[in-house]
Write a protein that binds this ligand. Structure first.
Ligand code: PLP
Length: 393
């Protein structure tokens, strides 16, 4: 698929290396997800996927609030004017707890000790209990519940935790059940959400919680290689006759699903060379800006944007019809964005454009390694356009 003209324009005419974030995509992803979920769902964008203030603002416009997982993110959510903020994290500091109470955030309490600490340092709070339930494994990465992890509390501690919460005057709103990241199986995700609802309604009845908040977390997947897609239709079908009785509210906290397709990364090719039989396109930029290909061990798909200007009075290095490895500027052979990918042509001075880099891209990269320059950030906020081909022609 060709990149949209507005993205190509930003990659070719703006500063580089650059992250390009498209706000209409952020809003559209939230709207599409909301439409596939039961009526009345609350969508709290998980800021850690992409915390750029413009992205966070767009997510707040289209969604209902923000999920934050540190004191720093909580401060950013307050700054962005979030009216519905949920704080999770297994090692919240006393300051985090105080700031969350001051901000009116819902605190996803991860252990009985945290519950006691909350009462001791910050007073009564609006809380959900984060529960690590026994449940069937979901496809995806980063499994957080249904297995031994540092997150949440075991079901057998729930009754005691609820009693403790009442004793300390906390307002027990419901349950936080975030389980997995990057699940591409929408049928399994629908089953997981149904199970969250059934389990929570049962637990709410047992513990005397009225109209529980049922927080099914994030984990809606994106295949950045483009080989597969999360099927929103299947999610909607799987949830069609789900009823949330007793005044219950469903909450979801999508991060990757919202931000990944809203981001592109563009870097300029500095050199093209052949080494021991392999072609390399070396870019100014690399895995210190976009780390996923290195940490997950895959080749990120890219498009070569041709640039006709060539400022030097001597030969321009390049190759046509060859498999090329796109390497970065670090003095490190692991600084590779894509390995041995066939291209029609790539020359020094061309621009390499990677789509689907909006989530866990810049946020998780080792920015300051080698004191290399940070990329620019270009924010697009125009209505999506016309034919994608006019600029590539
Ligand atoms: C990371 C996280 C999310 C978002 O996860 P995605 O896989 O990006 O959707 C949501 N909730 C919690 C508690 C998280 O830690």
């Amino acid at each position: 698929m060709s990149p949209a003209p507005r993205v190509v324009r930003a990659a070719l005419r703006g500063p580089r290396p650059v992250y390009i974030y498209d706000l209409p995509t952020v809003r559209a992803r939230i709207a599409e997800l909301r439409a596939a979920l039961p009526e009345g769902v609350l969508v709290a964008y998980a800021m850690k996927a992409n915390g750029h203030p413009a992205v966070v603002r767009a997510a707040l416009e289209a969604g209902d609030g923000l999920e934050v997982a540190s004191g720093g993110e909580l401060a950013a959510a307050v700054e962005a004017g979030s009216g519905f903020t949920l704080l999770s994290g297994p090692a919240k500091t006393d300051d985090d707890l105080r700031a969350a109470v001051a901000a009116g955030a819902v605190i996803n309490v991860e252990s009985p000790h945290e519950l006691r600490r909350l009462a001791a340092v910050a007073g009564p709070a609006r809380i959900c209990l984060r529960v690590n339930r026994a449940h069937a494994a979901l496809p995806g990465s980063h499994r957080m519940s249904g297995a031994p992890t540092q997150f949440g509390m075991a079901e057998e501690h729930l009754a005691a935790a609820a009693a403790l919460a009442r004793r300390d005057g906390h307002e027990l709103l419901g349950f936080h059940l975030h389980a997995v990241s990057n699940n591409l199986d929408a049928v399994a995700h629908a089953a997981f959400i149904r199970d969250c609802v059934a389990w929570s309604l049962r637990a709410a009845r047992d513990l005397g919680v009225d109209g529980p908040l049922i927080n099914a977390g994030g984990g809606f997947g994106v295949d950045v290689t483009g080989a597969a897609a999360f099927d929103l239709g299947a999610l909607a079908d799987g949830l069609r006759d789900l009823t949330l009785d007793r005044g219950a509210r469903l909450v979801v906290e999508p991060g990757r699903y919202v931000a990944a397709p809203a981001g592109w990364y563009a870097a300029e090719v500095v050199d093209v060379k052949r080494s021991h039989g392999r072609w390399f396109a070396v870019v100014r930029g690399g895995t210190h800006h976009f780390r996923l290909p290195a940490s997950w061990g895959y080749s990120h798909p890219f498009t070569v944007l041709p640039v006709e200007d060539w400022p030097y009075g001597f030969e321009r290095p390049g190759v046509t019809g060859a498999a090329v490895t796109v390497a970065g500027e670090q003095c490190n052979p692991r600084d590779v964005l894509a390995a041995d990918v066939p291209v029609e042509r790539v020359r020094a001075g061309d621009v390499v454009l990677l789509a689907g880099t909006g989530a866990y891209g810049w946020e998780v990269a080792h920015h300051d390694f080698l004191r290399l320059a940070h990329p620019a950030f270009t924010i697009l906020d125009e209505p999506p356009e016309e034919s994608p081909d006019q600029f590539l022609a």
